[in-house]
Design a protein around this ligand. Structure first.
Ligand code: GDP
Ligand code: ZN
Length: 315
């Protein structure tokens, strides 16, 4: 018998925690085939899904239907695997937590995250954490990054989970939205969640000495309610975010400032790697497009081209 509808707020690996509209939380398993056509996923049900729950004859609770997702974000389950993992669904925003030191988040990593969000048509923003550690040069770098990304259209917040700097602004920005929060481990994502959501009580890790990565990592996505409405979806930070398969000819579409200028390229399939009449390369030379962004574009393009070549070879 159907018990009701609710949202999946946690994935424990073997089961899913569903919060019903009346606030009750049920531990559910899956009944039925919810596979997404054309993609092999390790988890058929994702945190964020709106689902129907029913009680079976054995008295256990089951997810029996998933409402159509407005969006979902996946990543490859492992580097070698063709299987994907759905990190979250039905989100309003994707935010990357980055740091300038301890650990260093590369602009390539940031750009890959932003391009992936573009690919899913999800709005995105950046939080640069650990502001309390910045010296003068870091402050200049942070300002330069803020100017760069905000000029493209991505809001950038500076924060310190330690001192509380930036937390009120971030909290009001996130209020009412369902936000996927990503970040390499060690950047202070858990500490930030604890600062934004008093009582969330996430465990925070110490930075390990050799790899400069946090020792504590969440294994599954989890949804954490915000007091002013909306929620954060904390995704496991081990391998980062954004290993989706781009087609080489599409990569430029996911860099808004490159895409805008590429309309002036002579050839519509221009990859901006030295083709005659390319408008993008002069724009990089004239600093209308940041070199770091163009470098990230090239690295994703190269990966996409290798992938496309490998696919051809396999066929
Ligand atoms: P996560 O792996 O991204 O969830 O990172 P954690 O929240 O576990 O934090 C990793 C380490 O960074 C811990 O030792 C935190 O105490 C530290 N940390 C987190 N935020 C800040 C911050 O704003 N400033 C400083 N100095 N350290 C921070
Ligand atoms: Zn071009």
């Amino acid at each position: 018998a159907v018990i009701g509808e609710g949202r999946v707020i946690r994935n424990t690996g073997s089961s899913y925690i569903v919060r019903l509209d009346n606030g009750d939380e049920l531990q559910c398993r899956i009944k039925g085939n919810f596979r997404i056509k054309g993609i092999r996923t390790t988890n058929p049900v994702a945190v964020g899904d709106i689902v129907t729950v029913a009680k079976a004859a054995d008295d256990a609770d089951y997810i029996t239907a998933i409402a159509p997702r407005s969006n979902y974000i996946i990543r490859r389950a492992s580097n070698l695997s063709k299987e994907s993992h759905i990190l979250a669904s039905n989100i309003d925003l994707a935010v990357l937590v980055a740091t300038l030191r301890e650990p260093v988040t590369t602009t390539t990593f940031i750009d890959r995250f932003l391009a992936t969000a573009e690919a899913y048509s999800v709005k995105s923003a950046l939080i640069i954490n650990k502001e309390d550690l910045w010296d003068e040069i870091d402050c200049e770098l942070a300002d330069a990054l803020k100017n760069l990304y905000e000029s493209i259209g991505y809001p950038v917040f500076f924060a310190s989970a330690s001192s509380g700097k930036g937390i009120p602004e971030i909290t009001s920005f996130l209020s009412g939205k369902i936000t996927l929060l990503a970040g390499n481990s060690g950047v202070g994502k858990s500490s930030l969640i604890n600062a934004i959501v008093p009582g969330a009580d996430l465990r925070t890790g110490e930075i390990s000495d050799i790899h400069h990565t946090g020792t504590h990592t969440t294994t599954f996505s989890e949804m954490i309610d915000l007091s002013g409405g909306g929620a954060l979806i904390d995704i496991p930070g081990v391998r980062g975010f954004g290993t989706i398969d781009f087609k080489p000819e599409e990569v430029g579409h996911f860099f808004p400032e490159i895409f805008r200028i590429s309309r002036d390229c002579r050839y519509s399939d221009c990859k901006h790697t030295g083709e005659p009449g390319c408008a993008v390369i002069p724009a990089v030379e004239e600093h209308y497009i940041a070199e770091s962004r163009y470098a990230s574009y090239l690295s994703i393009l190269e990966e996409a081209s290798e992938e496309a070549g490998a696919d051809k070879y396999r066929k």
